[in-house]
Design a protein around this ligand. Structure first.
Ligand SMILES: Cc1cc2nc3c(=O)[nH]c(=O)nc-3n(C[C@H](O)[C@H](O)[C@H](O)COP(=O)(O)O)c2cc1C
Length: 184
């Protein structure tokens, strides 16, 4: 099963369009999580205390951890996130907070090193930007989490840049990005 995490925040999102082309290429069954509709909120003092309590009790089947179980069970992950303020929307970071749960998506070994408890072997990060992507910090963060915590070996980025530059041929830029999907 492919898990599609839709971190797009606009109705006619170009990032979602690109991600859907990736999903069509991958084929097979897809489960979709739209962060704008059902995404987890960032942790607060209250929800952090609740989470700590549940973890101390070993209550890993609590609803609070549903997203972490969903992520851990996926074979492939496609994450769509527009390039916002050099990164991605805050909902994407809140999502990572919710799925990074010791005992579900990873565990710490005796040396304090995270070890994966996830099935997925591949993650495709899809993004589009108004101008040029500087640093690609969003992808770097996702890649570090995917490799370091979730043991995902193949982490790839598909990007389309310059979509909001005056005079940009948006359709041509997206078509070029889509033409690279087969090489991923
Ligand atoms: C809140 C916000 C922040 C953005 N920050 C950047 C940015 O730092 N650099 C950039 O090139 N474009 C930026 N953009 C433009 C988007 O990256 C661009 O429009 C992108 O294609 C949006 O994707 P979407 O069509 O999937 O919504 C920003 C747009 C928004 C709404």
């Amino acid at each position: 099963m492919t898990l599609f995490i839709d971190g797009c925040m606009r109705e006619n999102s170009r990032t979602r369009e690109l991600a859907q082309a990736v999903l069509a290429h991958l084929g097979g069954e897809t489960e979709t999580l739209v962060l704008a509709e059902n995404g987890p909120a960032g942790l607060t003092p209250e929800t952090l205390a609740q989470r700590d309590k549940l973890l101390a009790e070993g209550a890993l089947d609590a609803p609070l951890f549903a997203r972490a179980h969903q992520f851990a069970a996926a074979d492939t992950i496609v994450l769509a996130a527009p390039y916002w303020d050099l990164l991605f929307p805050a909902a994407v970071r809140a999502y990572f907070e919710a799925i990074t749960v010791s005992g579900i998506t990873f565990r710490y070994d005796d040396h304090g090193v995270p070890r994966s408890l996830c099935r997925a072997r591949r993650l495709v990060y899809v993004t589009t930007a108004g101008g040029p992507i500087i640093g690609n910090y969003g992808f770097q963060y996702v890649e570090a989490m995917a490799r370091g915590f979730f043991g995902i070996e193949t982490v790839q980025c598909l990007a389309a840049e310059g979509l909001d530059i005056i005079g940009a041929d948006v359709a041509a830029i997206l078509a070029e990005a889509k033409s690279k999907i087969a090489q991923l």
